[in-house]
Design a protein around this ligand. Structure first.
Ligand SMILES: [Mn+2]
Length: 351
């Protein structure tokens, strides 16, 4: 495995580079791509373009993207299979791509990633450069790029608008992928320490700003209060929630912080949909990936965060209309029962 930015420069030299963040890029993928482009390639006279594809979702990812692309739209290309010509580029590098989240037909020459578990043996056989770490070592691709800059002795200048944007983006990417540093390693901290002095703090705050309505905070607090623990699993429900208000997700995040928890499950009935939403979170100590747990209910996701939905029409027939409390109780029983069955653990009553 390569961890050698000098080698990366050598294999990219004299070529136009296409940088591919993963499909539907998140903040870490965009920031790592932007850092590689402007903190490393630009500083060494190598031309590169960030080729993004899919949807940029969530308000904070969109705020980040607009901060990065607003003043320099030419640094980005939205991938379109009809107009993208691979022949225009001499080197293709994936950042944060978790193995296969690329447009069809794109073959990479290099990869920088922290999703080591997502790859199969032989995936990198033909790579000219490959730095793919295990998530236990480092939690963000932005951290890897920041540490490359440190290793190369690259200095950022307060007089250079792009330099400040690089530092700001990398700090945002690191914060996002480490759940605001809750889930970080010493390398993530070292990376953050390197960029921190150059970060535009007010812009960083603007991008990461979380607006949590009082009703959502209340639901989350109640979810934590009413949680049930089964071994290292902490489970709770926030009753019925409007679509996309994120109370289920916030609750899962908070539950994971509880003593003895290495996996959390936040449940909630999605308004208008007759669906149960299940947010799964795990930390490094957990034996299973969050995506494996979500798969119990047909869901999917990443190592540390995943999501599943369950059709509630069957339960609805049992409880009749307008009795959410009873429905919630059945959902909790079903999920807690499944966890017990899968783990052979018993519920502890004192939570
Ligand atoms: Mn990432």
């Amino acid at each position: 495995m390569d961890n050698n930015p000098k080698k990366l420069l050598k294999v990219s030299e004299g070529k136009k580079v296409a940088i591919f963040p993963h499909k539907d890029p998140d903040g870490d993928a965009l920031s790592a791509g932007f850092g590689l482009q402007n903190g490393i390639y630009r500083k060494n006279g190598i031309e590169s373009v960030i080729v993004h594809f899919g949807v940029i979702s969530t308000a904070e990812n969109q705020r980040l993207y607009s901060a990065l692309s607003k003043t320099h739209p030419n640094l980005f290309v939205a991938y379109d299979p009809n107009t993208f010509n691979p022949g225009d580029y001499g080197f293709f590098i994936g950042v944060d791509t978790a193995g296969n989240l690329l447009p069809e037909g794109i073959k990479l020459n290099g990869a920088i990633d922290h999703h080591g578990d997502a790859y199969k043996e032989g995936d990198f056989k033909e790579f000219e450069y490959c730095d793919v770490r295990k998530p236990s070592e480092i939690k963000s691709a932005s951290s890897i790029v920041a540490l490359y800059m440190k290793k190369l002795g690259i200095e950022l200048s307060v007089d250079d608008e792009l330099d400040i944007l690089v530092a700001t983006a990398l700090s945002v990417g690191i914060e996002m992928d480490t759940a605001r540093l809750i889930n970080r390693t010493s390398l993530d901290l070292e990376a953050l320490g390197f960029v921190e002095p150059m970060v535009d703090q007010s812009q960083r705050k603007r991008i990461l700003k979380v607006e949590k309505p009082k009703q959502v905070a209340l639901a989350e607090a109640e979810g934590v209060l009413n949680s049930t623990q089964v071994g290292s699993y902490v489970i709770s429900s926030v009753l019925r929630r409007p679509k996309n208000d994120r109370a289920i997700v916030y609750t899962a995040n908070s539950l994971l912080l509880m003593e003895g928890a290495s996996c959390s499950l936040g449940l909630g009935i999605l308004e208008d949909d007759d669906l149960l939403g299940i947010a799964v979170r795990t930390d490094d100590d957990h034996k299973l990936k969050a995506s494996d747990i979500a798969a119990w209910w047909g869901g999917q996701g990443k190592n540390y965060e995943a999501w599943a939905t369950v059709d509630l029409r069957f339960f609805k027939d049992l409880t009749g209309k307008g009795s959410d409390k009873k429905l919630e109780q059945l959902c909790m029983e079903a999920v807690v029962g499944r966890v017990k069955r899968e783990t052979g653990e018993r519920e502890s009553k004192d939570t």
